[in-house]
Design a protein around this ligand. Structure first.
Ligand code: 5GP
Length: 210
């Protein structure tokens, strides 16, 4: 069982363009969470650093890690492989450090199904509306209209997985969203009352996919 001494695991997932990366960074800075660094076969983007944003590896190395059973979870996302190696995570948790994961729904499902002896809290982030998501994606480094329309299509599929998460949070503004996540994590740790309206979320998802 989870003991007071062990760290906890927090997973943040979201469709592309909802602001997850910013929130993961805030949680790590303000709540001293260790960000789990994934391996990926994706090529680095211009501002990304190897061993910091990701461990960028080729398919052969990724396959070696699969064969050695080093992954806690791994999945194919947008034609690239992504995975979380087990030992850095477990070492931190055993030393009482909390770990945050920026992974997709497939990875979240795999970690959940492992039923590890550490407390796990899963969050799925949603945009306030499809219009706002479209604007955010268009304003990002994705000036390419084709990529934006691909991401919008993927959104419709991704969002259906909201139901498997403990909490779904609408990212209206980063600060509001951060505060909601922060309160829910604290409430989960002490097993106190949680402010969360699942019916409101259900209605919001219906609007997003209609
Ligand atoms: P990006 O290529 O934009 O950095 O990430 C694409 C997607 O892959 C995001 O949804 C991100 O959360 C997810 N992702 C990143 N690392 C991992 C991982 O280790 N495992 C899984 N399952 N998904 C990941």
């Amino acid at each position: 069982m989870h003991t007071r001494k062990d760290g906890i695991m927090v997973i943040l997932s979201s469709p592309s363009g909802v602001g997850k990366t910013t929130l993961v960074k805030l949680l790590s800075e303000r709540k001293k969470f260790y960000i789990s660094i994934s391996h990926t076969t994706r090529k680095p983007r211009p501002a990304e650093k190897n061993n910091k944003d990701y461990f960028f590896v080729d398919e052969k190395e990724f396959q070696r890690l699969i064969n050695n059973d080093e992954f806690l979870e791994y999945a194919k996302v947008f034609n690239n492989l992504y995975g979380t190696t087990r030992s850095p995570v477990i070492n931190r948790l055993e030393n009482g450090k909390n770990v945050i994961f920026d992974i997709d729904w497939q990875g979240a499902d795999q970690i959940k199904n492992k039923r590890l002896n550490y407390k796990l809290i899963t969050f799925y982030l949603l945009p306030p509306s499809k219009k706002i998501l479209f604007e955010r994606l268009s304003n990002r480094d994705m000036k390419d209209k084709l990529i934006v329309s691909q991401r919008m299509k993927e959104f419709n599929r991704d969002v259906l997985h909201w139901i498997n998460y403990d909490y779904v949070i609408i990212n209206d503004t980063i600060e509001e969203c951060y505060n909601k996540i922060d309160k829910l994590i604290d409430a989960e740790i002490i097993d106190g009352p949680k402010e969360y309206d699942k019916n409101y979320i259900r209605d919001h998802v219906s609007k997003l996919i209609s």
